[in-house]
Write a protein that binds this ligand. Structure first.
Ligand SMILES: [Zn+2]
Length: 129
């Protein structure tokens, strides 16, 4: 099987990095919007209690997006450093030392472990969700 080239993987990382940043920024602006509303600006007080409840849920969701996104951003950044400094190590599972499949790296370019190590221990730091 031909190797997926590093430029492609680096582009995938940059792409994922941009998308993750966009999601975080969007969630952050929605969250601060929610905080302004919670602070009780008269013009923004929801007319119905139902609206207030859904705002709270929304802002919890935003907080989750932000914390997940920040974690992913760290993984992406260290993968970007690794792919430039030590491409061989980048392609190597940090748990068992075998090569990480190209298809997996294409899908999850920040992956640090091979598919079989992840299925043995799904709670690792590089899990997708
Ligand atoms: Zn492994």
């Amino acid at each position: 099987m031909p190797e997926v080239d590093l430029d492609h993987l680096e582009n995938r990382l940059l792409e994922e990095r941009k998308q993750t940043l966009d999601r975080i920024r969007q969630a952050e602006s929605e969250e601060s919007e929610g905080q302004r509303m919670a602070a009780g600006e008269l013009s923004r007080i929801p007319l119905h209690l139902g609206d207030a409840a859904s705002d709270t849920q929304e802002s919890e969701k935003d907080a989750a997006v932000i914390s997940r996104g920040t974690r992913r951003l760290n993984l992406i950044d260290s993968a970007l450093r690794l792919i430039r400094d030590d491409p061989v190590k980048y392609r190597t599972c940090e748990e068992c030392g075998r090569a990480i499949a190209d298809a997996r790296l294409d899908l999850i370019p920040w992956a640090r472990r091979c598919a079989s190590c992840v299925s043995n221990n799904p709670a690792g730091p590089d899990r997708v969700a």
